[in-house]
Write a protein that binds this ligand. Structure first.
Ligand code: OGA
Ligand code: ZN
Ligand code: ZN
Length: 465
């Protein structure tokens, strides 16, 4: 936690240059560094990008700790021209210099007071308790402060809150503003077979050494749900080498990582040389793994062993448009996935019930659960509805395989295929197991929380937000 509040300086030119971009690691605002050449010491690097934390979480003033001490800088030109209680509603109306006006409910402002007794500026956590919040909370006075740099609220009980302009502006309640929070997530780019030539790629060494390369890769991966890391060493353990640059490997009942090869006692059909139909990994777990990594250590030189990837969420959007009632059946009928067996001495019997298409709180497709191999005989429907459910499933399966939503790629040795297991389905064609047909992948999982977190940190550290 403490580290997050310290000045972050990444390689680059001198801080003496005026107009370089920096940003507050808390409020995330990028802003030009307006320091004069004499106010800051020369730092040892070139092309410096500076980030710090607004003094006391006040984005109106940027506090940067340097060897020379503390320097304060003005924030960008987000100036409040007026702020006053809305005449009819329980909210404050704020007018901005550029003409826009935004509204902030009183109860929300009180809940988000940034003063040291309400918000811990080191732990970055709310101290103010919900049980102390009143729906009827009202200000006795609202004023523009700091020459338009803040809104100062005096509450009826005498408590004072000060909201920096930039802080308020970033938190506007308009739909447009809330959609534009690119730091939250990278917008998805849907695809089909056209992506086979152009899907995001980066070399293993560049991801280990170069923050910019890692940011580009993670951003593209988040947008497309698929990425390829090339030229990793051809031996096991490389997922453990890459992981610290991004996030922890998330274990499953197959271990921290697992080895996909033809085995005499397969605990999973992927451990045979047969076809592995389009699927997401481990829907039998109540929370399936979110991102899958497959490192190709040995690829078969024979035919087969090729992967198919499908943009499941794109396919579901097309399916919904063309077949709304089949879509409805697949998103409301719970089925069961069951994974039972023993892998390297660990015995398991994992079961979860869920629909094939899972919707989120907005009614949009959140994830697809397809796994023919571990789909059990249980279907949460009346006998007379079962045939219609199979019809819907088969028809959706055709959309998933449609080149409008899918492409094939045969991994080369040294490739690490990274796939969004929430959005994509993947499969593998059969291959010859003996002789030159030998094939070996090491697989593992990441969590989206950590991958998106790394992307956000890199955006902030490299001054991209
Ligand atoms: C898996 C899998 C694909 C392959 O192990 O989950 O889908 O290429 N493997 O062997
Ligand atoms: Zn307060
Ligand atoms: Zn798989």
């Amino acid at each position: 936690m403490q580290a997050a509040r310290q000045l972050v300086v990444r390689g680059g030119s001198s801080l003496r240059s005026v107009g370089r971009i920096g940003g507050c690691v808390e409020c995330r605002a990028g802003f030009p560094i307006l320091a004069s050449s004499s106010s800051l010491p020369r730092l040892p690097h070139t092309n410096t990008i500076v980030q710090g934390v607004c003094a006391g979480r006040r984005c109106g003033e940027m506090q940067v700790n340097t060897k020379a001490g503390v320097s304060r800088r003005p924030s960008p030109s987000l100036t409040v021209t007026s702020a006053h209680p809305h005449p009819h509603l329980p909210m404050i109306q704020v007018s901005w210099e550029e003409g826009e006006s935004t509204e902030y409910p009183y109860v929300w402002l009180r809940d988000n007071c940034q003063c040291p007794s309400c918000f811990h500026s080191v732990a970055l956590a709310r101290i103010f308790r919900l049980s102390d919040l009143q729906l009827s909370v009202r200000p006795s006075q609202v004023q523009v402060g700091d020459g338009g740099g803040s809104v100062e609220v005096t509450w009826q009980d005498g408590h004072l809150s000060s909201f920096p302009s930039a802080w308020l502006h970033q938190r506007a309640f308009s739909e447009d503003h809330q959609r534009q929070q690119e730091i939250y997530s990278v917008p998805r780019v849907f695809w089909g077979s056209e992506l086979s030539e152009t899907f995001p790629k980066a070399s293993f060494t560049s991801l280990l050494k170069d923050d910019q390369a890692l940011l580009d890769f993670l951003t593209q991966f988040e947008a497309h749900g698929v990425g390829l890391v090339s030229d990793a060493p051809r031996n096991t353990g490389q997922l453990h080498v890459l992981a610290p640059r991004v996030g922890h490997l998330v274990p499953s009942h197959y271990g921290d990582t697992f080895h996909v090869m033809t085995k005499s006692d397969p605990s999973n059909l992927a451990y045979t040389s047969g076809t592995v139909d389009l699927h997401c990994d481990l829907p039998s777990r109540s929370a399936k793994p979110e991102i899958q990594l497959l490192h190709c250590i040995i690829q078969t030189t024979e035919e087969g062993g090729e992967n198919i990837l499908s943009d499941g969420i794109h396919a579901a959007a097309r399916f919904k448009k063309d077949h709304p009632s089949k879509f409805h059946l697949l998103s409301t009928t719970p089925i069961e996935f069951c994974d039972r067996g023993n892998d390297e001495g660990y015995e398991f019997h994992i079961v979860a019930r869920k629909p094939v298409i899972v919707l989120d709180y907005r009614g949009e497709v959140k994830t697809i659960n397809m796994h023919t191999m571990s789909r059990s005989s249980y279907i949460g429907a009346k006998a007379e509805d079962v045939e219609a459910w199979y019809d819907a499933l088969m028809s959706f399966n055709a959309y998933l395989h449609d080149p409008k939503n899918s492409f094939c790629y045969k991994m080369k040795e040294g490739d690490i295929l990274v796939m969004d297991n929430i959005r994509l389905l993947h499969g593998r064609s059969a291959y010859k197991a003996a002789g030159t047909g030998k094939r070996h992948l090491e697989g593992g999982y990441w969590a989206w929380a950590e991958v998106a977190s790394k992307r956000r940190l890199l955006q902030q550290n490299l001054g991209r937000v």
